[in-house]
Design a protein around this ligand. Structure first.
Ligand code: ATP
Length: 257
């Protein structure tokens, strides 16, 4: 498997604080990789820097072999690297389908959509996107909510819709930021199954930040552990679970059964 994402010696400072310090890891095409660590370890900062929301202070980020440092978040999305956020980011008044359609056009400049909106070609593009989004809603068990305002969905389904919106942009790498935060145990287990399913059916590589250790240990091929902005371990779930440094910094405080 070749590396899809290569992060090398990545640092991000906020004033005197090293939120990330010389962090190096990679994600190979086809993997599910977990990024874990205690509160304040630098996981969200890592997501923000990799997705172009924040510039790094130092280091390199290559996606499909090309540097993406300095690219705007929209350009990073256009390259095929799409992230979700900890909080739900649905438009509450828009329907579930409209929300997913928004994701489908995340890789297309709005001005371009506008300029061709009434042409035959634009109608064909829209019809194709709609068909693709409806297929996605089917596969993510959201079809029955298709015409409902997204804000009326139960919270668990709003999180699921967040994943659908990200997938509509047809990412090669999907970065999920705490997808089960705020979900009950049953919803969390369902989300875990959903991630495994979309990893297969949508042919997407996954980088996952999550505190839910049972989920992380259950679905990840490999795990990278941060603490105080530094990588302290990397390995298979069984290796991470047994790693003394990881247990001391993090797992000792978490339920990993
Ligand atoms: N915009 C910012 N300005 C200043 N400090 C920041 C900023 N963003 C993050 N930090 C600090 O950087 C460190 C890493 O924070 P980050 O949110 O990346 O950790 P995290 O691992 O995602 O934590 P959590 O699990 O609680 O979400 C923390 O000390 C945090 O206070």
């Amino acid at each position: 498997m070749s590396a899809l994402l290569e992060v090398e010696q990545l640092s991000r400072r906020f004033g005197g604080l090293n939120a990330l310090r010389n962090v190096t890891f990679s994600v190979k095409a086809g993997e599910i990789v977990g990024l874990i660590g205690p509160n304040g370890a630098g996981k969200t900062t890592c997501f923000n820097v990799v997705s172009g929301v924040l510039p790094p202070s130092d280091g390199s980020i290559r996606f499909k072999g090309r540097s993406i440092v300095g690219m705007k978040p929209s350009a990073v999305v256009a390259e095929g690297l799409v992230r979700t956020f900890q909080a739900t980011t649905v438009f509450p008044a828009a329907s579930v389908l409209e929300n997913v359609m928004r994701g489908a056009f995340a890789r297309t400049p709005v001005s371009l959509i506008g300029s061709v909106f009434n042409t035959r070609a634009a109608r064909d593009v829209l019809a194709a996107a709609r068909e693709r989004c409806e297929g996605l809603l089917d596969r993510l068990a959201l079809a029955r909510f298709r015409d409902q305002p997204a804000g009326e969905l139960p919270y668990g389904y709003q999180r699921r819709l967040g994943v659908a919106i990200a997938l509509a942009a047809e990412p090669q790498l999907l970065m999920l930021d705490e997808p089960v935060a705020g979900l009950n145990p049953e919803e969390s287990a369902e989300m875990g199954r959903l991630i495994e399913t979309v990893h297969e059916t949508e042919n997407v590589t996954v980088l996952l930040v999550e505190h839910h250790m049972r989920l992380v240990m259950g679905i990840c091929d490999r795990i990278v552990v941060l603490d105080h902005g530094e990588k302290i371990a990397e390995g298979l779930p069984a290796e991470i679970r047994a790693d003394r440094k990881v247990i001391e910094a993090y797992l000792g405080t978490e339920d990993v059964t």
